[in-house]
Design a protein around this ligand. Sequence first.
Ligand code: DCT
Ligand code: MG
Length: 500
Amino acid sequence: MLRSPVLPLLKKRRRPQEPNLHVQHEVKFREVTVYLVERKMGSSRRAFLTNLARAKGFRVQQDLSNEITHVVAEHNPAQELWAWLRGCGLRDLHTKQILNITWFTESMGAGRPVAVETRHRIQECSQEKEERPEPSSPRRVSQYACQRRTTITNHNKIFTDAFEVLVEQAEFNENEGRCLAFMRATSVLKSLSGAVRCLGDLEGLPCLGDQTKAVMEDILECGKSSKVQEILSDEKYRALKLFTSVFGVGRKTAEKWYRKGHRTFDEVHADDTIGLNRMQKAGFLYYSDILKGLSRAEADALGRIVENTVRKIVPDAIVALTGGFRRGKECGHDVDFIITTPALGEHEGLLGRVVNKFQYQGILLYHEHQESTFDLTKLPSRRFEAMDHYEKCFLVLKLKRGLVEMDSQMDDAAQRQWRAVRVDLVVPPITHFAFALLGWTGSRQFERDLRRFAQHERKMLLDNHALYDKTKKVFLSAKTEEEIFAQLGLEYIPPWERNA
Ligand code: DCT
Ligand code: MG
């Protein structure tokens, strides 16, 4: 079987009514294998027609497979049907007869498969339509990001950029539902293999409600969304956006500064009632460097620095690049590494020594070290968004000129010999490496949906530490990410397809 017979356009998936399986009919016409498309036909009519055809000696299959010779559809728009068929991964689709119901009824009347005539055929859509990328690719698109493959190529940036503003605004307003709705919609659009050109392209896609469609309609018609424009010029949004762009300043602090009447950094700095913590001080000090983010070449250079430093302490230590760069992103706001040691226990105390070495090398600008609060008895956590319990360090390092291949970002007027970059180091024990790696690879939406999928579809709890089967009341161990996907009964999605 290649795909389920249910077209994704069906909003609510019903169990198709099984045709009468108890009666075995003799197959009289071996050269014909029929598949009836349930969409529009409905499950009960499909079951009735299946029984009828079988009773007349036709072979009718429930699932669409390469064996099928005659696909029969009723009332399905040709474009939709063909797009779906093309997405089903059938071999030699063009050798199959794609027919409307008239061929079927005439064949039933004749008691044999009638010869296919042009009028029976559901004509393939024009070449132009065929060449056009299929944005909604009516293959069944899962509501879970962990069942979609999302590379860094986003064909729908015009919409997702707008949604990201709406997500941010919802976050600032602590409107969790709205935030989630726009995050999920963003994620679905990012997974599409082509640009959405009209609202019709969205048919059958999950997570796109009226609110999201209204924004998209606006963009399709006017090139921009009036709602988003309104937010972008909103004073509060602008202030919160500015304040939270500082490393160490979260939504709550930003809101506090806004309530004090501040709208600019100068106003914040001029207010003596505001005391900045260490992280925020570093955030302001290296503001423009950090805001610029990092290129892949810079991330690679940092990888070499981190690896060399770690290996001087534990020669066989494992240093794994994770976060957005592991997913193939070309730039990121920071670089994330997971460090562990093959010998259990040897990872303890390692991070402190690494940081000391950075200091000794003169590249440590800022660090916040969080001790491990890892406690197996407190697992698994039900708080999906909760920070994990591994020992970790949030750093600002000096990346020196000359260490980066093609270091264009260094070419600023000041001709400085270094720039400040954000690095996160996480140190799980080797026994939990796969879970930490999966969790820290992201994207955040991919992780969120992995956890949601685990809980709702498998009655399991997943976090950055472990996978727990609630039914069997056992932890499921895994040494690799592939094993975690397998334990969840999910097709493995490699990191570069997790950009949900
Ligand atoms: N993560 C996590 N728990 C956190 C923070 C992050 O499990 N408290 C995971 C989710 C994504 C991953 O770690 C890396 O986080 P970021 O660096 O924030 O995201 P990114 O995908 O690497 O994006 P960017 O390119 O902006 O760094
Ligand atoms: Mg990152």
